[in-house]
Design a protein. Structure first.
Length: 121
């Protein structure tokens, strides 16, 4: 369990391969069934990335997004900060899509780490 965005931004990119590490004390909120909905959302977006020559990413600020040949969308949800994002991330991982983690630490250039290649790479 991670406490805040500072901690999330400092994680090594490979930490995102273990979805269970991103459970939060608020998982299950706001209502029963939300974890299942989040899993389905992650799976859907991962499959959308696969179908449209794209990928899912963790931005420098710790939130997730999707990049396809059609568009880029970012979210406000920090994996491991917001409720049931561990379940959402499990869906992304199960989708088989490419996943990239971006980092911008200590004024260094932005880094890009591919943590899964994706079934269509």
């Amino acid at each position: 369990m991670y406490k805040d965005y500072t901690e999330l931004r400092a994680l090594p990119p490979e930490a995102y391969l273990d979805w269970q590490a991103f459970a939060t004390p608020n998982d299950g909120l706001p209502a029963a069934g939300y974890a299942e909905k989040q899993y389905a959302t992650g799976l859907e977006y991962g499959k959308r990335a696969l179908a449209n020559d794209g990928y899912i990413f963790i931005s420098c600020n710790g939130t997730w997004g999707i990049k396809t040949c059609l568009s880029t969308t970012t979210t406000f949800e920090g994996i491991g900060y917001h409720s049931c994002t561990a379940d959402l991330w499990r869906g992304v991982l199960d989708s088989g899509c490419k996943i990239i983690v971006y980092r911008w630490l200590d004024g260094q250039p932005i880094t890009e780490t591919v943590i899964t290649r994706g079934n269509n790479d």
